[in-house]
Every structure is written in C-alpha cells, then in structure tokens.
Design a protein around this ligand. Structure first.
Ligand code: DX5
Ligand code: ZN
Length: 210
C-alpha cells in the first residue's frame, strides 16, 4: 500500500489550519511539514510554534522534514510540537547515528534524508536503526521543481538493501513520476504543488490510483 503525504509548503499560509483540515479530509495519509532554516537550504519556513498551532486540526501523522543545520538541537521542540516522524538530513548533522538515537529515544519514528548528490552509501550503516529513508528528488528548499531522474536508481539501491524500510520520495511528484518511483520500490510520496494546484481529493486520488 502506498501512502500520500501532501506537503503544506504549497498550502495557503494565511489559512494554514483550514488547509490542514481540508487536506486531511481529502485523503492525506501523512501531513508533510517542511521546516527550513535559511542556512541548510536557501529558504525559511516555520518552526515548532506553527506546527503546534495546527496539531489539533488533524489526526493524521505529522511527518516533519527538518531542512536545518544541526537538527539535534531542536528534536525535543519538534516532538513537543506534535511530530510523529522526524526526518533529518545526513548532510546536516555531524553525528548521524547519535541524532537518530535521540529521535528514537523520544518514542517516535526516525527518518534520514539524502540530497540528490548524496550517495546511498552515506546511510548504509544506519539503515537498520531507522524507520524511513527520504530520497530528495529535487534540491531541497522550494516546491514546484522538476523531478531529478537519478533518484530512481537510488530508490532501487535502497530497496535492494532493505525489503521492509519505508522509502519516501520528495520533490517533483505527480501522476507520471510517482509511477516510476513505485516501480523503483518507493512507498511513501510527498507532493506539494501537484496536490495544492487542483482539487485536493481528486489530486490525491489520482496519485493513489497509480
Ligand atoms: C522541498 C520540500 C518538498 C516540497 C515538494 O524542499 O522538501 O516537500 O514541498 O514540493 P513539490 O511537490 O512541489 O516538488
Ligand atoms: Zn519535504
């Protein structure tokens, strides 16, 4: 079974609570929440206070994607805000293994993300420690970018290493690219601009139908 994780980066921030309600009703499995610090990525979004403010709008899984340097500094804050999954970037933390242990000790799921230029080799020795790998299929920072094809090879490589781990893909997902990612072995799909630029339910269904 595949899961769809709409990214609220493409939502209307002036009515974020309402957007989270609508996207949940439309069939979202996860609410994908992109946290950016203007340092690890060239964009700034929001932090724990905003996440906390929308926590009671949805009973879906809050899938928090941290695009921040040294994320270990803020894990407790994002947990307190209501995160169910915290994903950190391998490129953003000096002691990945320790950071993963910190997330696990909070009693929630741990994900690790790799940028388009980062090889799968970088996460090989932590695969057995984590719940999810997030393969970035665009350079992180912005919605609406074009899917990078070499991501498919990486998904296949990860699937060869583990039959059971969740493989999430983020960036440029639409009803064409999702097909290729499913064939490659991914099972959780983040989509921002594709879902939010149309009827939410119709768009989510069009991804699930594939
Ligand atoms: C990009 C974010 C994505 C983004 C995806 O840095 O991690 O979650 O919202 O947007 P689309 O689906 O428009 O590529
Ligand atoms: Zn994301």
């Amino acid at each position: 079974m595949i899961k769809i994780a709409p990214s609220i980066l493409s939502a209307d921030f002036s009515k974020l609570g309402e957007e989270v309600i609508q996207i949940s009703k439309a069939g979202a499995d996860y609410i994908h929440i992109d946290v950016m610090d203007g340092n690890f990525v060239p964009n700034i979004t929001f932090g724990p206070a905003v996440i906390k403010s929308i926590r009671d709008k949805s009973d879906k899984i809050f899938d928090v994607h941290l695009m921040i340097d040294a994320p270990e500094r803020y894990l407790q804050n994002f947990y307190d805000a209501g995160a169910d999954i915290i994903t950190v970037h391998v490129e953003a933390t000096k002691h990945l293994h320790r950071t993963i242990q910190m997330i696990k000790s909070l009693g929630i799921k741990a994900g690790v993300s790799i940028n388009p230029a980062t090889p799968v080799e970088m996460i090989k020795y932590v695969l057995s420690e984590i719940d999810m790998v997030l393969v970035m299929s665009v350079n992180p920072g912005f919605g609406g970018q074009k899917f990078i094809n070499s991501s498919l090879e990486k998904i296949k490589e990860i699937r060869t290493l583990s039959k059971t781990i969740d493989i999430q893909v983020d960036g440029g997902i639409n009803k064409d690219t999702i097909k290729q990612c499913i064939s490659a072995g991914a099972n959780i799909f983040v989509a921002g601009s594709y879902i939010f630029s149309g009827d939410y339910k119709e768009r989510i269904n069009s991804l699930k139908e594939v």
